[in-house]
Design a protein around this ligand. Structure first.
Ligand SMILES: Cc1cc2nc3c(=O)[nH]c(=O)nc-3n(C[C@H](O)[C@H](O)[C@H](O)COP(=O)(O)OP(=O)(O)OC[C@H]3O[C@@H](n4cnc5c(N)ncnc54)[C@H](O)[C@@H]3O)c2cc1C
Ligand SMILES: NC(=O)c1ccc[n+]([C@@H]2O[C@H](COP(=O)([O-])OP(=O)(O)OC[C@H]3O[C@@H](n4cnc5c(N)ncnc54)[C@H](OP(=O)(O)O)[C@@H]3O)[C@@H](O)[C@H]2O)c1
Ligand SMILES: Cc1cc2nc3c(=O)[nH]c(=O)nc-3n(C[C@H](O)[C@H](O)[C@H](O)COP(=O)(O)O)c2cc1C
Length: 877
């Protein structure tokens, strides 16, 4: 259009087209929020088992497709990454470099989410305007998100003021000011976004509100589909037309980080392209929160080489899962899924988008071969729900199952479940592809040791991701960038007995961290220095040697197993889980470095899949509760190199605690209620819990600087009802009472503010009133204030145990009234293994007895309470 030789006629046609485009795009923006609401309502209806779910899915898909064609709310087709970001690592590169970094420090691509501003928001330091597209850097909590606006300014904005583009990623180039080279393509897109912003800002707020209101009422208007379909055609034409003809503005100066337009072509970093380029035929996806599924995926991928195949490990969150249908383009290809289940049968965070995509029913996967290993725990109601779902859904979508799915049970012996499944898996794969069993001896080492010559300032000292992150703390704080919270209070809660339960208060002022009662705080602990030193002693290594473990596989996007360079001491103290029981593949590696024939044989026997081998592993490692260190102590001829040990150990995980305070009362601190873990093992050793032992030594002392604890906050669904009048029943024996302390604080505050507060009933149980009655005085105060009704069960005061479950039975009629007639909410927290299950059964029984329902009707009733989030559980085992 702007080129020489273009006629006036062309120009006026193009101006008209532009005008039309503007009107349509305004319409688009206006309708996007409505469409999102529609998707949400649709999804809710599907999830709650609506009888017309199939039609709703189809409507949802058709609407989504129309939007996709319009390039709004669509996942980015381009997938270009320099680094691999698993759920637990992000140290090689910083998420987004900040301006204060050296000018020549960065010029690379990384991915961030985008959001559309739906309501203006102004604070002294930044402004976002309706219609503007900004980067969504962090969903800090339900209320506040951390964003970067079009001017490159970061800040917190109310979550309600922006709308995330569904699972879309964008590419950013961070260009140092001096070289001034900024991708022209990006600049042109920035222009487009500025246009969007300008148009968006003319919109009327009340109209937007009306739309949102209206969106929840009807389901799908025919008009929506017709209009969207019409707009889609024009939109595609426009994007193509405009993109090809607009002149590129000059490169901007400065350190830029701007959104780019979504492109649909898959680039060379797509996992399919990567597999083709590196001759791999197996892709192993993992859905993992605490690393077990990821570890299993890595083991399978490594083993593929022994069977003459090549595999790639992939995080579904970082892949365009839509590409799965293209897997059939690779000869003898296979997708393996190692999927853990959480919550109420939910996927892990990194598998959430994949799960939604599978549910959407868009995929056509004929020709794709697959296998599933699910990870779960039988103590949870929805045992292995995610693994089972993926297995069933893949088949429904046309994929071919190569071997029956495996289900691992963490409450039993997950390792044995995995080995048993693996024993069937490889022969089935070979058989399926008509390959010969021709085992190859290959090195199972993934990382090589480098002894770097590096100045101390460049070495990691326990940071989770960014070098020196603890020296220069920068929000937003999250799992990859924890906040160093000062311990401002610490006290013992038990009044007697041999056990200890601590109350710890952590200062979060100046962190911009926000929480709600019911959320979890995660703590990154440090291993016991005595155990760390033992490694040095047993393996005769100077632990202060600087090291770097570097991936041998150059194709791998995971360069190091933990932040490197660091010292052995740092790795063993901060990054590696040195206390849990090693898995059998670790024993196999140890056997290679064991000189005594008997000791070697013992190790090898435990790695075999014979019943005796499995039995020996179960007894000697699991029941006797041996860690790798214990094995080195008990098999003195076993002398692996320390770098191998560092490769074999899994990552040290953060520990979650149910926050035991209310932010309404304590906005500047989070409180933890944690019972100290220590126990004697059958070998006579005393095992101390990593995090609780570390926290137990964090008592503030007046003559010492305050202790600091790296934390982040994880939002939960465990929430008080929106209306304080709604009655609630809370069941929390032992430390399960933690979130209910926060709930009671909140209801008390509301009452003191003159708000009407509904029944607030707590069932608490402990061993002995005089010893472990947690927060007795505080609860008494709430009773005195007329807010709380407390029922207590002391299990070890009488000959016959009294549990909260017994009290629930006694109060069955009341419980039914609250749940069945008064729309109340019920909450359970604490032990998943026994208590939470027993409570669940009793509530079903109660509904049946007092609500005149059959057992199955009562079950369905409780299930409905769960879907309505009127029955919530926050449990662990
Ligand atoms: C969502 C969630 C919320 C939680 N909230 C709380 C809370 O509010 N308060 C709280 O105290 N905990 C809570 N926990 C548990 C907490 O996260 C830790 O697991 C716990 O504090 C132990 O951590 P640790 O590092 O001290 O022990 P670890 O070093 O992790 O050791 C614990 C492990 O030791 C083993 N073990 C423990 N006791 C014995 C025994 N007697 N015999 C044999 N083996 C044993 C078990 O394998 C156990 O998993 C919560 C967990 C989750 C998932
Ligand atoms: N992963 C970990 O390392 C870890 C660490 C801490 C806690 N936990 C879990 O968290 C739970 C709570 O721990 P805690 O130390 O705070 O509590 P706790 O003191 O062990 O138990 C609280 C009360 O609950 C009772 N109880 C036991 N079984 C019950 C059941 N089926 N139904 C109802 N009440 C029951 C106990 O009675 P009796 O003891 O007299 O039977 C006790 O009176 C533990 O059960 C444990 O599973 C796990
Ligand atoms: C808070 C919590 C909730 C869980 N919920 C379930 C569940 O609903 N169903 C299930 O089968 N397993 C559940 N599990 C067990 C995990 O799936 C299991 O421990 C798995 O090995 C974790 O894998 P990962 O380390 O890869 O995240 C839960 C575990 C935790 C800690």
């Amino acid at each position: 259009m702007y080129q020489a030789g273009v006629s006036i006629k062309d120009l006026s046609a193009s101006i008209n087209l532009q005008k039309e485009h503007k009107i349509l795009e305004e319409e688009l923006i206006a309708r996007w929020s409505k469409a999102e609401k529609l998707f949400e309502v649709g999804r809710e209806m599907i999830n709650s088992g609506h009888p017309h779910s199939v039609e709703i899915i189809s409507y949802n898909n058709s609407l989504l497709n129309s939007w996709k064609q319009l390039h709004i709310g669509e996942p980015d087709g381009e997938w270009e990454k320099g680094i691999h970001l698993g759920p637990n690592e992000r140290w090689e590169e910083e998420f987004c470099e900040h301006k204060e970094h050296g000018l020549s420090e960065r010029a690379e691509m990384c991915e961030v989410k985008r959001a559309m501003v739906i309501n203006d928001f102004t604070r002294p330091s930044m402004t976002i305007s309706e219609g503007e597209v900004c980067f969504l850097l962090n969903k800090t909590n339900l209320d506040w998100f951390y964003v970067r606006n079009q001017s490159g300014i970061d800040g917190y904005v109310p979550a309600n003021n922006i709308k995330e583009f569904n699972s879309s990623h964008v590419h950013v180039r961070q260009t140092p000011e001096l070289n001034g080279v900024t991708e022209t393509r990006q600049e042109s897109y920035r222009d487009d976004f500025n246009e969007l912003r300008m148009r968006g800002s003319t919109r009327d707020h009340s109209k937007m509100d009306e739309e949102v209101q209206a969106a929840v009422a009807p389901m799908f208007g025919v008009l929506d589909i017709v209009l969207l379909a019409g707009m889609a055609g024009f939109g595609i034409y426009w994007v193509y037309f405009r993109g090809s003809s607009k002149p590129q503005p000059p490169p901007s100066k400065g350190y830029t980080m701007q959104p780019t337009l979504i492109t649909l072509k898959a680039n060379e970093s797509s996992y399919i392209t990567k597999m083709k380029a590196s001759g791999r035929n197996i892709v192993v996806f993992y859905g993992s929160q605490t690393g077990t599924a990821e570890e299993f995926a890595g083991r399978l991928a490594k083993e593929a080489a022994r069977y003459g195949m090549k595999a790639l490990v992939a995080d579904p969150e970082e892949c365009e899962m839509e590409e799965l249908s293209k897997l059939s383009e690779i000869n003898n290809s296979l997708a393996v899924f190692c999927m853990a289940t959480y919550g109420e049968g939910d996927p892990t965070d990194n598998a959430q988008a994949f799960y939604e995509w599978l549910q959407s029913g868009e995929a056509e996967l004929s020709g794709v071969n697959f296998a599933v290993f699910g990870l779960g725990n039988k103590t949870y109601e929805h045992f292995n729900a995610m693994g089972k779902y993926v297995d069933k859904r893949m088949e429904e979508l046309g994929a071919t199952r190569v071997v029956e799915a495996g289900v691992g049970d963490d409450d039993g012996n997950m390792e044995e479940d995995f080995l048993t499944w693996k024993d069937k898996f490889w022969p089935a794969v070979l058989d399926f592809f008509g390959l010969e069993m021709n085992l190859q001896e290959i090195s199972m080492r993934q990382y090589r040791l480098v002894l770097p010559d590096v100045v101390p300032e460049k070495m990691f000292t326990g940071e989770i991701a960014r070098l020196r992150a603890y020296q220069t703390q920068r929000p937003p704080f999250d799992a990859k960038n924890p906040f160093l919270a000062q311990v401002i209070a610490w006290r013992e809660l038990h009044k007697g007995g041999e056990r200890s339960c601590m109350h710890v208060e952590l200062d979060i002022s100046n962190s911009k961290l926000r929480y709600d009662a019911g959320d979890h705080v995660a703590v990154y602990p440090v291993n016991d220095p005595v155990l760390v030193n033992r490694f040095g002693e047993l393996l005769s290594v100077d632990l202060d040697t600087p090291i770097s473990l570097v991936n041998i596989d150059e194709d791998s996007s995971k360069k190091h197993p933990f932040p490197c360079p660091c010292t052995f001491r740092t790795a063993l103290s901060y990054y590696l889980d040195i206390t849990s029981n090693p898995r059998t593949h670790v024993l196999k590696e140890l056997a290679e470095h064991t000189t005594d024939p008997e000791e070697k044989e013992k190790l090898l026997k435990m790695t075999s899949s014979s019943p005796e081998g499995k039995e020996l592993y179960q007894q000697w490692v699991l029941q006797d509760n041996r860690s790798l260190l214990h094995i080195l102590e008990d098999l003195p001829s076993c002398k692996p190199s320390l770098d191998l040990v560092c490769e074999l150990l899994t990552r040290l995980q953060s520990r979650y605690y149910s926050i035991s305070s209310s932010s309404k009362l304590h906005p500047e601190s989070v409180h933890i209620t944690a019972v100290l873990v220590n126990y004697k093992t059958p070998t006579g050793r005393v095992n101390n819990g990593v995090a609780t032992t570390w926290l137990a030594a964090k008592k503030p002392l007046s003559d010492q600087p305050p202790h600091q604890v790296p934390i982040f906050i994880r939002k939960s669904q465990f929430r008080l009802p929106a209306r304080p009048q709604t009655p609630i029943i809370m069941i929390g024996p032992g430390t399960g009472v933690a979130p209910f302390r926060g709930f009671v604080q909140e209801r008390l505050k509301m009452k003191n503010e003159g708000k009407p507060v509904g029944d607030t009933v707590l069932f608490f149980g402990c061993r002995n009133r005089a010893e472990d009655f947690l927060y007795e005085e505080e609860f008494q105060e709430a009773i005195n204030e007329g807010v709380l009704t407390l029922h207590t069960a002391f299990s070890r005061e009488t000959d016959k145990k009294v549990y909260v479950t017994h009290l629930l039975k006694e109060h069955g009629e009341y419980i039914w009234r609250i749940l069945g007639q008064e729309n109340g909410h019920i909450y359970v927290c604490g032990d998943a293994r026994n208590m939470a299950r027993d409570v669940h059964n009793i509530i079903i029984e109660t509904c049946s007895n007092y609500g005149q329902m059959s057992a199955s009707e009562a079950q369905a009733f409780v299930k409905k309470l769960e879907t309505q989030r009127r029955y919530s559980a926050d449990v662990w085992s």
